[in-house]
Design a protein around this ligand. Sequence first.
Ligand SMILES: [Fe+2]
Length: 393
Amino acid sequence: MSSNLLLGTHGSAATTTSSSATCSEDSMAAVGARAGRAPDTPLPPRARPRTEGGGAATRRRDRLQRAAPSVRAWKRGQRLAVAVRALRERGCGSEEQMAAVLREIEAEVQRRKQLVHQSAERKAIISQCYKRKHSEVYTLQDSFLAPDFLDMVRYCISPDANLHGLLRYTESFSDKRIYRLPVFTEEFCQAFIEELENFEQSDMPRGRPNSMNNYGVLLNELGMDENFITPLREKYLRPITALLYPDLGGACLDSHKAFVVKYSLHEDLDLSSHYDNAEVTLNVSLGKDFTEGNLYFGDFRQDPSPVPNYIEVEHVRTQGLLHRGGQIHGALPIASGERWNLIIWMRSSAIRNQLCPMCNQKPQLVEAEGFGDGFTETCQEDVPETVDLCSVW
Ligand SMILES: [Fe+2]
C-alpha cells in the first residue's frame, strides 16, 4: 500500500499504464483507510508519450526531471511520517510492529511498480502474437449497440435534452442515482464473449483486471481502448452522463480504465463491498447464462448513513448499470453458470484534479504513460494535454 502519483497524456489514444498504476478499488477501504497516506517512492518520470512533443511539453519535462530528486525525497519523508502517525493512531504500538508494517508497505510499492512495466510488456506481446477470432469487435460500430441505446443518445444530444426527458429512457433505482439502460445487442455480446474466451484459451500473458477480481481481461492490453472504448465513452456515454452526473464531471469524462471480469463456480463467485476509482462507472452484463449474482448498492462513500441502506439490482444480459464510482457496491455470488461483465471506470480530470477520490487529498503528480489514473496538469505556458495520475495502492 502506498501513495503513488503518476503523470501521463491527456486524451491520448495510448493505453493506460495498467491496473498497477491505479488506485485499487479494494485497497482504499481495506488498507488505505487504515494506514492513511502510506510511504512511497514515487515512480520516476517516464519518457514523454508519443502524442506530446517539443516546445512547452519538453520544457515542462525538463523541469520535472531537474526537480525530481529533491521532490521525491521530500514526498517520501512526508508520506512516511503520515503513515507512521496513522499506524500509531490505529494501535500499531511497538517499533517492531511499525517496522514490519512499513517493510510490507515498501514491498507492495515495489511490486506494484513492476506491474506497470509488466502490463506494457504484455500489451506488446499480445499486439504482436495474439490471433483474434472476431477482429470486427475491436472497432465500435452502431450495429453493436441496442436500438434503444441509440435512441437515448440521440435524445441526449438534441438541443432540448434534459434530465427529466432522459429518465424516460432509463430505469432508475431509489435515490442512489443508479440507472439501468440497454447498451449492446445480443449478437455483439455473443461475439465479444467468444473473442474473450479465445483470448483466455490462448497462451498469451494476462494480468488481473483489478485488485479484487482474479479472472478477466484488461481491455487496454487486448488492444480495445483506441477504437472501441474511447469512442464509446466520448460519443455515446458522455452525452448521457452529462445529464445524469453533471456534478461529477459527467460532461467531461476524459479518460477511463476498462476491463472484463468473469465469475464462475470454480473461479470468482462474487465481489465484496467496495467503491471504484472512477467518477462514473458503467457495468454491462455480457452474459453468459447464470443464476443469482445480483449487484447490491449501499451509501455514497462520502455520505454514509448510520445504518447502511442497501438495495439489490438484477443484472440483465446486454444491459448496463450506470452509477457513481463512489457508491459502495458489490456482487452477490452466482449460483450457477458463468458471468462476464464489461466494466468501464470513467474519470473526469476536472473533478479529480481537485481531490483524489481514493485518498481524499490533493494529488501529487508523477509522469506516466497513457491515461494513467486520469489526472491532468496544466502549466502556465500551455497546453492542456498532460495527465497526472494519483494512486493509493
Ligand atoms: Fe466496482
